[in-house]
Design a protein around this ligand. Structure first.
Ligand SMILES: C[S@@+](CC[C@H](N)C(=O)[O-])C[C@H]1O[C@@H](n2cnc3c(N)ncnc32)[C@H](O)[C@@H]1O
Length: 341
């Protein structure tokens, strides 16, 4: 795997050919939509740009920042055209900003732009510089509006089958549901794609109860913002559109006072006694859980059961359990430090 050394700056960029000034492409994540969620670096990049390229709706979101700039508006399906246009202009020496909603690297313009650049023979040492400016993606923007649904493991799955075959999407939904991830569904519905959320629900109900909390956030931090908290069983009745993100809780997620919360796991380890935090029986503050890797492996060894039996009990592959048990325990591994929020 390539290693990047962040302490030493990269080597010098290949100078632009004479008479051909080096341009720059900056991929800017705008965040969910309101200007006060735009990062300082995003604002500065837009201010430095000669040209701003983007989908019409995103250009509208930042229209107050575009005075004096050339603006290239493209339609929804024209991602590659936006990237080609950015490359052409950067080759002519322009500083080009390509905007995405949320984060440019999450179902955004970063991928298509690098694909177009690589096809044209660009490398990171080429004269054209590329910068990606991160922004808050829909997943964390929507989570912020409904409580704390992402405080345990989560993943994002897009239901768009414009570029991904449905069996691939269905397999990912099934794997995420089976593995008890909190899941954010991007692109849940469009004018033509109306059935996909129902199929996702069907897959999730194979693994999760119909009472599993689900939040639907439409147009987070935009004028038409709408938040609805429902359940997996009733999600079919909810209003879901192209500008919605659907957050499906895991088996521990609950709703309290209208807030969707996924516990971090502290109550498994600690209880409050006399207004003080105390480790539960068998647990130690600052140490991995009794059921953490080393404690779990020790319990497996002591159980005297075969790898096959243990695989069934823990719903894990038998060869994984056999290989883990074959390795000698790490000395002092149970004393590892605790991760903090
Ligand atoms: C092509 S993806 C773009 C994602 C974007 N790059 C990001 O990081 O949020 C479009 C999908 O993102 C989600 N989305 C984007 N902005 C949103 C917002 N303000 N509120 C709710 N969902 C949003 C919706 O699921 C929409 O269908």
């Amino acid at each position: 795997m390539d290693q990047k050394n962040f302490e030493n700056p990269p080597g010098p960029r290949t100078p632009a050919p004479p008479g051909c000034p080096a341009g720059k492409i900056t991929l800017v994540g705008l965040g969910p939509g309101r200007l006060d969620h735009l990062t300082g670096r995003a604002r500065a990049a837009i201010a430095e740009a000669d040209t701003v390229i983007g989908y019409v709706t995103y250009i509208r979101l930042i229209r107050d920042l575009l005075a004096g700039k050339e603006v290239v508006k493209k339609a929804m399906s024209e991602e590659l055209d936006r990237a080609i246009e950015a490359h052409e202009r950067a080759r002519r020496g322009e500083r080009v900003v390509v905007v995405s909603s949320g984060d440019a690297g999450i179902y955004g313009m970063a991928g298509p732009t690098y694909e177009v650049l690589f096809q044209a023979g660009w490398t990171p040492d080429s004269a054209i510089e590329v910068e990606i400016v991160p922004g808050a993606s829909a997943i964390n923007a929507c989570a912020a509006l409904v409580g704390a649904p992402l405080t345990h493991d989560f993943c994002a799955i897009s239901l768009s089958d414009l570029l991904t075959p449905w069996p691939v999407i269905a397999r990912r939904l099934d794997a995420a549901a089976h593995a008890d991830f909190v899941v954010a569904l991007y692109n849940p519905k469009s004018g033509r794609r109306t059935r996909h959320v129902q199929e996702a629900r069907r897959i999730f109900l194979r693994h999760r109860s119909s009472g599993t909390p689900v939040a639907i956030v439409k147009s987070a931090f935009r004028p038409k913002q709408r938040v609805e908290i429902t359940t997996l069983g009733e999600v079919a009745e909810a209003e879901i559109g192209m500008l919605s993100t659907v957050l499906i809780g895991n088996s521990n997620t609950y709703v309290r006072d209208g807030l969707m919360i996924t516990p971090r796991g502290y109550v498994d380890k600690y209880e409050i006694r006399d207004k003080r935090r105390a480790a539960r029986a068998g647990e130690k503050a600052g140490r991995p859980l009794a059921g953490g890797l080393e404690g779990w492996l020790a319990a497996l060894r002591e159980s005297g059961k075969s790898a096959g039996e243990l695989a069934k009990i823990h719903d894990l592959p038998e060869d994984y359990i056999a290989a883990a048990l074959a390795e000698a325990p790490e000395p002092g591994a149970r004393d590892g430090g605790e991760e903090r929020a």
